[in-house]
Design a protein around this ligand. Structure first.
Ligand code: SF4
Length: 283
C-alpha cells in the first residue's frame, strides 16, 4: 500500500445535521491497521503493518481534495481510529486541520476507548465542528462481548459523555444481525441499539448489515453460526427508528443488492431505502 495515497475517495449526498441534503466527501485514508481485530471487521484489507510516517496523511488529503468537487462536509475515514497516534501521527494534526478547516463538519472514526481530551484539542485546531463516529455495533451485552470489540456498553456511554462535554457530535455504527443471531433477534437488537445510542446522546446512527468477506465470517457461516441479514430487515429497522423522530438514521447501502430478498425486488428495495436515507422520513 502506498501510504502517500488514499485508497479511495468519493462524494455522496447525505441528509445533514442542518436537516437538508448536502454533499459529503469521504476520503479513505491509508494507514496502520486497527489494533482491535473485531470479529466481523474486514477493514484491515486496506491498511499497513507499520505506523504511518509523518506527512503521509496530509499528502493523502491533498491528493483527494485536488480531485474532488467542493463539498460541505468531509469524512476522514481511516479503517480504524483517528486518535490512534500510530495511525494518524499527532505531529500531522496542524497540517490536517489546515486542510479541513473550511468544511462545515469534519467526521472521523474512533474506538470508544480511544476517546479522550485529545478529541477536543483536535476540534479546536480545526476551528470547525468535529463529529466522531463510534462503533457501538450492538447494545446486546453478550453479543458485544463475542464480537471482541474490547468494550462494554458502559464504555460506549462514557465515551459519548466525554465527547458531548467537548461539544463534539457523535455518529454510531450499529450492526444488523451479528453472528449467532436470528433474523428476528437481529431486527430487535438493532432497534434496541439505536435507542440506546440516542439515549447516550448520539446524533445519528448508521445501520450496517453484517456480511462475509474477512474469512472468519465465512467459517462461522459454514458452522451454521452466521447468515447475512435480509434487506427487508434493514427496511424494518429504518422504518421503525425513523418514526421516532429522535435523530438521523441511515441504512448502509454499500453492496446492498446481495441482501435483497430476491433479485427481482433488489432495485425497488434499495431505491426505497435510498429515499428514506435522503429524506429521513418513512416513505
Ligand atoms: S475497532 Fe473498528 S476498525 Fe477496529 S477492528 Fe473493530 S470494527 Fe474494525
Amino acid at each position: 500500500m502506498n501510504v502517500f495515497r488514499p485508497y479511495h475517495f468519493l462524494v455522496e449526498n447525505e441528509f445533514s445535521r442542518h436537516r437538508c441534503v448536502e454533499s459529503v466527501a469521504t476520503i479513505f485514508l491509508t494507514n496502520r491497521e486497527c489494533p482491535f481485530h473485531c470479529l466481523m471487521c474486514d477493514l484491515w484489507k486496506n491498511t499497513t503493518e507499520q505506523a504511518t510516517p509523518e506527512g503521509a496523511i496530509p499528502e493523502q488529503i491533498d491528493f483527494a481534495l485536488q480531485q474532488l468537487p467542493v463539498t460541505q462536509h468531509v469524512k476522514l475515514y481511516n479503517s480504524g481510529n483517528f486518535f490512534d497516534p500510530k495511525a494518524i501521527p499527532r505531529a500531522d494534526w496542524p497540517r490536517i486541520a489546515e486542510r479541513v478547516r473550511h468544511f462545515d463538519t469534519v467526521i472521523v472514526e474512533n474506538h470508544p476507548s480511544l476517546c479522550n481530551d485529545r478529541c477536543g484539542e483536535f476540534q479546536q485546531l480545526c476551528e470547525t465542528q468535529l463529529e466522531v463516529a463510534l462503533g457501538l455495533e450492538t447494545s446486546h451485552p453478550q453479543t458485544l462481548a463475542r464480537l471482541n470489540k474490547q468494550m462494554t456498553v458502559e464504555d460506549f456511554a462514557r465515551a459519548c459523555e466525554l465527547l458531548r462535554r467537548q461539544s463534539i457530535l457523535i455518529r454510531a455504527f450499529v450492526l444488523l444481525k451479528p453472528p449467532e443471531t436470528s433474523e428476528e433477534q437481529g431486527i430487535e437488537r438493532a432497534i434496541n441499539s439505536i435507542r440506546f445510542a440516542f439515549e447516550c446522546g448520539v446524533d445519528c446512527c448508521a445501520v450496517i448489515p453484517v456480511r462475509t468477506g474477512n474469512g472468519i465470517m465465512e467459517q462461522l457461516a459454514s458452522a451454521g453460526l452466521f447468515s447475512p441479514p435480509r434487506l427487508s430487515s434493514l427496511e424494518i429497522v429504518l422504518r421503525e427508528t425513523l418514526s421516532w423522530n429522535r435523530g438521523r438514521v441511515f441504512a448502509d447501502l454499500w453492496d446492498a443488492a446481495q441482501f435483497a430478498d430476491s433479485p427481482e425486488t433488489a432495485v425497488l428495495q434499495i431505491s426505497r431505502l435510498e429515499l428514506m436515507n435522503l429524506t429521513q422520513s418513512v416513505t
